[in-house]
Design a binder for this molecule. Structure first.
Ligand SMILES: Nc1ncnc2c1ncn2[C@@H]1O[C@H](COP(=O)(O)OP(=O)(O)O)[C@@H](O)[C@H]1O
Ligand SMILES: C=C(OP(=O)(O)O)C(=O)O
Ligand SMILES: [Ca+2]
Ligand SMILES: [Mn+2]
Length: 667
């Protein structure tokens, strides 16, 4: 409150105010504390228009833009008889009612805008006589479901904190949440509907992430999710966009049970302006996220209580039995991997940034290899950290936010990500001090996969709109826990394709359970879990685009050096950044190179700011015999993995295919 010395002249305490007398308040315009009279002025004149405490409270919340929810007087009921009160937002309720309609009963649910706890609003909802025959009347058709449509982050915070156990505000203002039993994705529980179209279009069988389900089983799961959502007092609905390329933008609707999920998608998808929302219309794709509500093991194709089901024909996705929010964003990514190639646009599991001079780099890599960390670069514009499209005109981010791993996050090493963890950011599964609410980023008690989801504009040098010209550098990231791949090598086109199709990394899982062997993972296109078509389809498009644009491929090992996990150590992030800097600046392109044995990789003799002795991995190993054994072991794993792809042609002529096969390890 204003005290002595307030020079605004609005309120001031009398300078003469003594301890034995209450300070006098003056509201005279321009009154100076030193010159104010000793008369106590009543402030009735400047008071707002309220006579009671309730009226005062009603003033606290200002009416917002037409599309903002939780508007007073929005008591519209949607159901069997349609809307009764024509107000703005009516078409939204109609549209959501259609989304949530049961496929086995005649009616859509009765929907009301707003929070069920604001009793007054519910009481004033006009009752609508139902036109459904008496036999069809059920308890579910009598109840209302409140729709919390595109709530703001502040409203979602309040919902989460009031109603979702495990929701807290951290010391920097982020919303800490728990994702429940699942703290990562469940790829084994992913199902894709196999119908006439998808049977021939998609990649099925060995190595494919697409495990089939039939339409009927999908509908059973869909109904299960819809019934669960309609049984709740309230559901959250997000209407948003995917893809910053305006010509290839996709409208998505996410229906979920938790404020945490709604805020997560608010951050991760592209946020619509009020005008866009007004004319949103029918979504192109809808997610029904029933979260903790499980699937039914008696349903055909179900092998656990979790199911993530994609139906491309119906343009729908159903989530049952997992609350891990990443399922939603990565599920939609899968959809883009189907829709975009149909339009001759390549979808990429990569980060992307751009230099001051407009040079664009892509960062491919499996989870935990550094896409988010390295694309977030203080000296470059961030286009996106995880999902992109490469079209005839250049690159575009699919998302509106970033999803950073935050285990061992430090302010010094990753200042931009650190500073993005503030009000509005969802912090998943982190541990914090119960009193100060300060997060301990080293704590793995809940999971190693702690995450922060924030809107991309929380990164100061993000490029909005998130689009850029054609890439100049294509960087393949591999976290090689065997420690035999060079920190950086320059690839020719065939090698780039070989490593893109292989999609290698070797993270060490469960480090807390003692020393474990590194485990090689091969995931085609550095994202097999999300691709829909055969990997060679994406690879052919990448080859064609890289060739046309003259882009250079690079392989960067963000993993171990001087030995495998256990004896060597992870390459310092600072060194990897120097390597990436040299790629961006063009200086590495002009360095002198030597070729490694077995993998035939071109490695530079020097990189500014990086000790030269680590550039050739063998030099960094003390035990040269162990190095050679490990190198051969990894080469064997690469060769075995690639066998599935040897019979597939890439591009028009078979020539590149042969070159790609020859670009693998030679021993
Ligand atoms: N040399 C390095 N290069 C990149 N990341 C590193 C390196 N050393 C350690 N890290 C850590 O590895 C993790 C990479 O994760 P992230 O960037 O989120 O991967 P992705 O986005 O590909 O899933 C981060 O926690 C980062 O701090
Ligand atoms: C969210 C994910 O992405 P990434 O680890 O690649 O950042 C994921 O794979 O679930
Ligand atoms: Ca990431
Ligand atoms: Mn990713």
């Amino acid at each position: 409150m204003a005290g002595n010395g307030n020079t605004d002249g609005e309120f001031s305490f009398s300078a003469a105010a003594a301890r034995d007398a209450l300070p006098r308040i003056t509201t005279e315009k321009g009154a100076k504390s030193t010159t104010s009279s000793d008369v106590c002025h009543d402030d009735t004149a400047s008071r707002g228009n309220f006579q009671t405490i309730d009226q005062l409270h009603s003033l606290q919340k200002k009416r917002s833009a037409p599309t903002t929810p939780l508007k007073e007087g929005g008591g519209v009921v949607m159901g069997t008889s349609g809307p009764t009160t024509p107000v703005s937002g009516e078409s939204m309720l109609q549209s959501v009612s259609a989304s949530l309609a049961s496929l086995t009963r005649e009616t859509g649910p009765k929907l009301i805008r707003g929070d069920p706890t604001s009793a007054a609003k519910v009481a004033h909802v006009p009752q609508t006589p139902t036109s459904v025959p008496a036999a069809d009347v059920s308890d579910s058709s009598l109840k209302f479901t409140h729709v919390l449509h595109n709530l703001s982050p502040a409203e979602l915070y309040e919902q989460a904190i009031k109603y979702e156990k495990g929701s807290f505000v951290t010391s920097t203002g982020a919303l800490a949440t728990l994702s429940g039993a699942k703290t990562g994705r469940s790829p084994k529980d992913k199902r894709v509907v196999k119908d006439e179209t998808t049977a021939s279009e998609l990649w099925w069988g060995k190595g494919s992430p697409n495990i089939e389900m039939d339409e009927q089983s999908f509908l059973v799961n869909r109904e299960r999710a819809v019934d669960y959502l309609n049984s709740l007092d309230k559901v959250f609905v997000n209407d948003q966009y995917l893809n910053w390329d305006p010509e290839n933008r996709i409208k998505v609707r996410i229906v979920s049970a938790r404020a945490y999920h709604s805020l997560f998608m608010h951050n991760m998808c592209i946020r619509a302006t009020p005008e866009e929302l007004e004319n949103f219309g029918t979504p192109d794709f809808t997610i029904y996220n029933a979260g903790k509500f499980p699937c039914n093991r008696f349903t055909h194709y179900m092998t656990s209580s979790t199911s993530v089901d994609i139906n491309l024909g119906r343009r729908e996705m159903v989530i049952l039995g997992t609350q891990y929010a990443g399922e939603m964003k990565k599920g939609l990514f899968g959809v883009m991997h189907y829709l975009m190639p149909k339009r001759k646009i390549l979808s990429l599991h990569s980060g992307c940034n751009m230099g001051k001079d407009g040079d664009v780099a892509l960062f491919f890599g499996l989870s935990g290899t550094g896409k988010t960390t390295l694309s977030t670069d203080h000296n470059r514009y961030l286009i996106g950290d995880d999902e992109h499209c490469w079209s005839e005109t250049g690159v575009s981010n699919i998302e509106g936010g970033c999803y950073a791993k935050c285990i061992d996050l430090s302010r010094e090493k990753e200042p931009d990500i650190w500073n993005a963890i503030k009000f509005g950011t969802v912090l998943e599964n982190v541990v914090f001090d119960e009193h100060t609410r300060e997060v301990d980023y080293t704590d793995k008690s809940v999971t190693e996969n702690t995450r922060a989801a924030y809107p991309i504009e929380y990164i100061p040098n993000s490029k909005i709109p998130c689009v850029g010209p054609h890439p100049k550098n294509v960087i393949l990231l591999a976290c090689d826990a065997f420690g035999v791949l060079p920190p950086v090598s320059k690839l020719d086109l065939a090698q780039t394709m070989y490593h893109f199709i292989s999609g290698y990394t070797a993270l060490v899982a469960g480090t807390e359970e003692g020393v474990k062997e590194p485990k090689a993972t091969f995931s085609a296109c550095f994202g097999a879990a999300f691709i829909m078509l055969h990997p060679t389809k994406y690879a052919a498009m990448l080859a064609e685009k890289m060739q046309a644009q003259g882009a250079t491929g690079w392989l960067v090992n963000t993993g171990w050096s001087g030995g495998s996990y256990g004896s060597g150590s992870r390459i310092k992030l600072a060194y990897t950044r120097k390597i990436i800097d040299a790629i961006h600046s063009g200086s590495l392109l002009n360095a002198t190179y030597q070729k490694t044995e077995i993998f035939g990789l071109e490695i530079p003799n020097e990189v500014e700011g990086v000790p030269s002795e680590i550039l050739e991995p063998m030099n960094a190993w003390e035990d040269k015999v162990a190095y050679k054994d490990t190198l051969l072991k990894l080469a064997g794993l690469f060769r075995n993995n690639f066998e599935t792809f040897t019979s597939h042609k890439i591009g028009e002529d078979g020539k590149l295919t042969e070159e790609i096969l020859a670009a693998g390890p030679n021993f």
